[in-house]
Ligand binder design. Structure first.
Ligand SMILES: C[S@@+](CC[C@H](N)C(=O)[O-])C[C@H]1O[C@@H](n2cnc3c(N)ncnc32)[C@H](O)[C@@H]1O
Length: 219
């Protein structure tokens, strides 16, 4: 059971089996395709993924950009990704184990350093959404893009452990207000996937996943 935000131990335990779940692989494929279609990655872009896990999304995006800084709090998830990087010619991926929400040194050193920041199913693991969006907005170069995939607001049945501290998805309107407050504009949401799973009460249910894209102002 996990009763704190951001538990690397949970993801460390799950890392070796993470990619075996076809539902996760299908979602990651859909997210990667949606990000690629929405942001049109270019070889000039320095990109960052927070909560990259085993790299299911990053391994699709990385060949299309200059470099990816792949960040996660779970060293075991990153160890799985590191193994795969050896078999990814043409991609420059640097892994870093850190909690991006609690890393003032990283954020200070990398202000305005990325043309693209993306993530999949990680924002709901970060306690202070508004504060975090502010931090990642400062990492974007002027005109830089974010593309974040996550759950629409759900009733709390998505995660199996009722004690796990997570956001129960996001209300799009409220998230848009937070993105705007973080200095981002051209905010756009689309539904990119619907996860079907047997939820914590044991009922088969549908959970829509959105991709939100937004741009850092030029000045
Ligand atoms: C649900 S998993 C998604 C993994 C991957 N994006 C995927 O689609 O397969 C969430 C990931 O976010 C990481 N994570 C959670 N909180 C984080 C934080 N504050 N900073 C960086 N990574 C974090 C976890 O370790 C985990 O690998």
């Amino acid at each position: 059971m996990t009763d704190t935000w951001n538990s690397p131990e949970k993801f460390n335990r799950e890392a070796l089996q993470w990619d075996e779940n076809p539902r996760r692989r299908a979602l990651a494929q859909a997210v990667a395709q949606a990000i690629i279609a929405a942001v049109q990655p270019a070889k000039t872009m320095r990109a960052l993924e927070f909560g990259c896990g085993t790299g299911l999304v990053t391994l699709e995006v990385a060949p299309l950009v200059k470099s990816v800084s792949a960040i996660d709090t779970s060293s075991e998830m990153l160890a799985v990704l590191s193994q795969k990087i050896h078999n990814a010619p043409g991609a420059t991926i640097e892994t870093t184990c850190l909690d991006l929400s609690q890393s003032p040194n990283f954020t200070a050193q990398h202000e305005r350093s990325f043309e693209l920041i993306y993530s999949s199913m990680t924002l709901h693991h970060i306690d202070d959404t508004a504060g975090f969006l502010d931090k990642i907005s400062n990492l974007l170069s002027p005109g830089g893009l974010i593309a974040l995939a996550d759950l629409d607001q759900e009733d709390g049945s998505f995660h199996d452990d009722p004690l796990e501290k997570v956001h129960h998805g996001f209300d799009r309107t409220a998230l848009a207000v937070q993105l705007q407050a973080a200095g981002l504009d051209h905010i756009s949401f689309e539904t990119i996937y619907t996860l079907e799973k047997v939820n914590s009460p044991g009922v088969s249910a549908s959970y829509p996943v959105f991709l939100v894209t937004a741009t850092r102002a030029m000045s």
